[in-house]
Design a protein around this ligand. Structure first.
Ligand code: FAD
Length: 506
């Protein structure tokens, strides 16, 4: 089946996809999502909130400085400044759309503190329900918007391009395949967490957008940088629920089975050290056979029901009383700093193809993301991209008729997915080395070649191979990327990385 039109296509209906779709009005948009609208996103689970320099004593330069400090020396400062400057206006946009951010008795925004932020600058809704509430509001508006056509329950699997300009996308479900013609496509498919065995990301976070873009000739950037959240619930649930960082901001401690607070020795900032340092400290304890816990006992545990209702409900459901019991935790794949390389307008190297949200790599995060900067990046670039498209739209109206070659793309069989996730966690996780990375590459390439022999392609496998290859190339420790065989930062590698599918030599 084919849909021939000149609407703008957005793939993905998380915060990036929904906010871009709304901002594009009155231009006509087709919004495609693999699940039903309002589900299958990481956005709906975001707990802490959005970082924005809106406080009286805060400033763009302070927020920028914190972003750069955490980013391992390779943050694109111009992009970071652009996004951070955008923050206050985009938060106001969300307020005017009806997002009920927490305010005090004077109707001033309540600003919370998170790790590695100099100031209190996180806006949130009911403490830890930020993502859920934002998504409820935006989903409602999208459903009512006449300029947006919604296609639910279909996976985008293939982009089509000619002469480095995109002209369409193929989507599929278990019964049909549809080709949609469009000269302007925005990828907003979210993260890659499900490529790992332990992750906080939704089941849909399989790196489809990155894989599709790579297969269509897009350049990827900083693929080796995967952030592991240090404090996911370690209670055997997939995806692993998150014990928000804000708990540590409020005084929660990290302890081992002997009730030792080992973070004191790991970093001067203890529990509020950057995420990679906390994750590695926990991983080191785990390697010794220790179970690690988040200790909220006492006052914080008592007020959890009001201040952190999501975490409280999770504890209750799993028979943990946070007033008396420490919460079992583990690091989990949480956020991908890398992705489809995009510029200050959100454009990729393929004309008409944009990337927004977590599947984009704009350079704001460098080698490590500052907490709550990802929702900020999504809303800032939704605005930037929609303005750019409005300026460029005549260029993207394509009149040619193409007969795209339909490549068969198959999702992974259950066993192959398990093998992939196991391999990525074991060899491409919190710590990496050359021997492990080579093993991972060989294992995943073999799975890929098996699919190729059967006449199929697969986006998740390509994304995984690009992460591994980039991790091999970066023979140093930087930000979230920790090579045990090269445990020092190498100044010669002080720049962002780029890779294409061709570099995989498959
Ligand atoms: C538990 C958790 C808590 C977090 N807390 C915070 C926080 O407090 N602050 C912060 O800044 N960041 C936080 N993050 C990170 C942040 O939530 C994400 O980076 C952000 O929400 C990503 O938004 P997105 O729109 O790019 O992707 P998502 O919200 O993940 O949406 C992706 C969309 O793409 C769809 N999709 C995927 N593949 C396909 C395909 N092939 N075809 C069609 N559709 C597809 C999915 O179904 C979904 O609709 C958190 C992340 C998690 C997991």
């Amino acid at each position: 089946m084919a849909i021939n039109n000149n609407k703008i296509v957005i793939v993905g209906a998380g915060l990036a996809g929904l906010f871009t779709a709304l901002k594009l009005a009155p231009l006509k948009v087709i919004l495609i999502t693999s699940k039903n609208l309002g589900s299958g996103t990481s956005s709906q689970w975001a707990q802490a909130g959005i970082a924005a320099a809106v406080g009286k004593f805060d400033s763009v330069s302070s927020h920028l400085n914190d972003t750069v400090q955490v980013g391992g020396g390779i943050v694109d400062q111009k992009i970071a400044e652009l996004v951070i400057k955008n923050g206050p206006d985009r938060v106001n946009d969300l307020i005017s759309l009806g997002v009920p951010f927490d305010v005090d008795e004077n109707q001033e925004l309540i600003l919370r503190k998170e790790a590695a932020h100099e100031h209190n600058r996180i806006v949130s809704v009911r403490g830890d329900m930020t993502g859920k509430k934002i998504m409820e509001v935006l989903t409602g508006l999208v459903e009512k918007s006449p300029h947006i056509e919604i296609i639910e329950g279909q996976n985008a699997v293939e982009l089509h391009q000619e002469n480095d300009a995109v002209y369409g996308v193929t989507i599929q479900n278990s019964v049909k395949e549809t080709y949609i013609k469009s000269g302007c496509i925005i990828l907003a498919t979210g993260g890659i967490g499900q490529l790992y065995r332990v992750t906080t990301n939704s089941k849909e976070a399989l790196g489809d957008g990155v894989g599709m873009a790579a297969r269509c000739g897009a350049v990827l950037s900083d693929m080796e940088f995967v952030q592991f959240h240090p404090t996911a619930f370690d209670i055997g649930i997939d995806p692993a629920p998150l014990a928000t960082e804000a708990l540590r901001g409020e005084g929660a401690k990290i302890i081992n089975s002997k009730y030792q607070n080992f973070m004191k020795d790991a970093h001067p900032e203890g529990e509020l050290a950057p995420r990679d340092i906390v994750a590695r400290a926990i991983f080191t304890e785990q390697k010794k056979g220790e179970q690690v816990y988040l200790d909220c006992r006492g006052d914080l545990g008592s007020r959890m029901i009001d201040d952190f209702p999501t975490v409280y409900e999770l504890c209750k459901k799993n028979k943990i009383n946070p007033k008396n019991d420490p919460i079992p935790i583990s690091p989990a794949a949480h956020y991908h700093m890398g992705g489809i390389k995009s510029d200050k307008c959100g454009r990729t190297n393929i004309s008409g193809l944009y990337a927004c949200g977590e599947n984009a790599c704009t350079g704001i995060h460098g080698a490590n993301r500052l907490a709550s900067n990802s929702l900020l990046e999504a809303i800032a670039f939704a605005d930037i991209i929609s303005s750019d498209i409005k300026d460029q739209i005549n260029k993207y109206v394509r009149r040619e008729v193409h007969h795209p070659k339909i490549v068969k793309v198959k999702s992974l069989d259950q066993n192959d997915l398990l093998a992939l996730r196991e391999t990525m966690t074991k060899y491409v996780g919190v710590e990496r080395d050359q021997v492990g990375l080579e093993k991972a590459f060989d294992t995943i390439r073999d799975i890929y070649l098996k699919y190729q022999e059967q006449g199929y392609d697969n986006n998740s496998l390509i994304t995984s191979l690009l992460i591994i290859k980039s991790a091999m190339n970066r023979t140093e420790q930087r930000g979230s990327h920790y090579r045990t065989d090269h445990p020092y930062q190498d100044n010669k590698l002080n720049s962002r990385s780029s890779i294409t599918k061709e570099d995989l030599n498959l």
